[in-house]
Ligand binder design. Sequence first.
Ligand SMILES: C[S@@+](CC[C@H](N)C(=O)[O-])C[C@H]1O[C@@H](n2cnc3c(N)ncnc32)[C@H](O)[C@@H]1O
Length: 210
Amino acid sequence: MIDESHPPHELDPSLRKRIDALCEEGRDFWHEFDAQVRQKEWHSFVAADYDRVRDVLLSLRRRGRRFLEWGSASGVITIMADLMGFDACGIEIDASLVRAARELADRSDSEARFAVGSFIPMGWRWNPADGDGRTATIGQGPSGYIELGRALGEFDVVYGYPWSGEEALMRALMRAHGSREALLVLHNVDTGIKVYRGGKELGLDTVAGL
Ligand SMILES: C[S@@+](CC[C@H](N)C(=O)[O-])C[C@H]1O[C@@H](n2cnc3c(N)ncnc32)[C@H](O)[C@@H]1O
């Protein structure tokens, strides 16, 4: 999918159009989901700012880099990553959202793969220093890595959109099971997007060269 005539951090116009259409469909899906599901019963799916995530992924894309989305919901970001040339997978605990993501991938002519399950690997427990190991909005369920046929440590870029207070869990999980070379991209409503490697935060201006 990467057009070699364009630098990796720029999208060629036809791919930009496809990604814009994907994001538009994703936003429509979320508004419908909000009206039909979230207004009746609380659900943790809130769509990210797709344009901001797109710009960060563009700076990180390399052909074949392995990308994983934690809590992939309707699949927009995993599909976007696939269209950019990543080898992209998503894990989502809500099976109905995984069905929607697979349908969106088909319509988008994308090879992104999705697994139903938890992004927390089997046997790992959140064990912070203050002893409060509650996982907040992060659901419990069988690990999704088995269905993907890949362990967390095999991914090069891992993306998550944690609810407030859940960043620490995601960072601890990455330190415990992620590759030390992998990049962790966390989207936060208040603080924007941050990128970590080996537990340390990297400046967004430095990640393009990695
Ligand atoms: C805040 S939404 C993020 C949606 C999407 N990643 C984005 O950035 O637009 C969190 C998603 O994580 C899912 N989720 C919650 N706990 C999970 C778990 N343990 N494993 C996988 N997905 C989970 C929710 O169902 C929800 O779709």
